[in-house]
Design a protein around this ligand. Structure first.
Ligand code: MF3
Ligand code: CO
Length: 254
């Protein structure tokens, strides 16, 4: 496993890539409302990315046919946008997007409420978000990678939710997916030693019901096997000698 350590110059480019992505997300969040189609969200997202002079990194990635992954309700991740898929009041929608700025990738996801949603759905979204923050408390030079995984699991499991195991976070930089893989569930081993200059995408995917997922016939959309709701929360972060830096959270987005 070759985990890259970014130079000061690379970190500056990663910061900029991530801050442009955060701006895209801020605007996408404002566009979420009952009546918008998932395809319109994709088109808007792609336009915002290109207006920043960047490339969408998901488009054509292993054949993925859109720029933004739009996953509604029991769709966990990698939902394919469709003009016939209209968001309804009470839905929850996970957006996952990334971009390339001067060769450097950023990656981010949020789950949004469409209009008024149930208390249970609100709680799922809040716990998924908080699980990321529990994880990155451990994201410090000198700790081990799986300290992050263990912290996410220890926080989420008491809620009775299912932590998705089939998909994981990842290193990020000159490629969207670099080593190492970052699981969101408890690990027996310690994992690699974290060092300043590592950049990671940490992305818990949490189901209200069981952890099991399946793939739809489009070969992309991942759904919960039991039909329960699922939420996703992802940021691109930098390991430093002190507090981790959340590169996709410089102020605009929660
Ligand atoms: N954001 C996803 C990830 O974190 C990548 C989506 S890949 C795509 O790994 F092909 F669906 F775009
Ligand atoms: Co990712």
């Amino acid at each position: 496993m070759a985990v890259s350590i970014k130079s000061a110059r690379e970190i500056e480019l990663m910061r900029h890539s991530a801050s442009l992505l955060e701006d895209v997300f801020f605007r996408l969040g404002e566009a979420i409302r009952p009546g918008i189609s998932t395809k319109e969200i994709d088109r808007l997202g792609e336009r915002l990315i290109r207006n920043h002079g960047c490339e969408p990194n998901f488009l054509n990635y292993n054949g993925y046919p859109a720029s933004i992954c739009v996953s509604v309700n029991d769709e966990v991740v990698h939902g394919i946008p469709h003009s016939a898929h209209i968001l309804q009041e009470g839905d929850i929608v996970s957006l996952d997007a990334g971009l390339i700025y001067k060769g450097y990738h950023s990656d981010m996801a949020r789950t949004f409420a469409v209009g008024k949603i149930s208390k249970e759905a609100e709680k799922l979204i809040a716990v998924t978000r908080q699980s990321f923050f529990e994880g990155i408390k451990m994201a410090r030079a000198g700790n081990h990678l799986f300290d992050i995984s263990n912290a996410i699991d220890a926080y989420v499991t008491p809620f009775g939710y299912g932590i998705v195991r089939d998909l994981v976070g990842h290193g990020i930089g000159l490629k969207l997916h670099e080593d190492p893989q970052v699981p969101n569930f408890a690990q027996k081993r310690k994992g690699l030693l974290l060092r300043a200059g590592m950049t990671l995408a940490i992305e818990p995917m949490i189901n209200m019901g069981r952890a099991d997922v399946e793939w739809l016939n489009d070969d992309w959309t991942v759904v919960t096997e039991d039909g329960s709701l699922s939420a996703h929360y992802e940021n691109t972060i930098l390991i430093t000698d002190g507090e981790p830096e959340i590169l996709t959270m410089s102020g605009k987005c929660d």
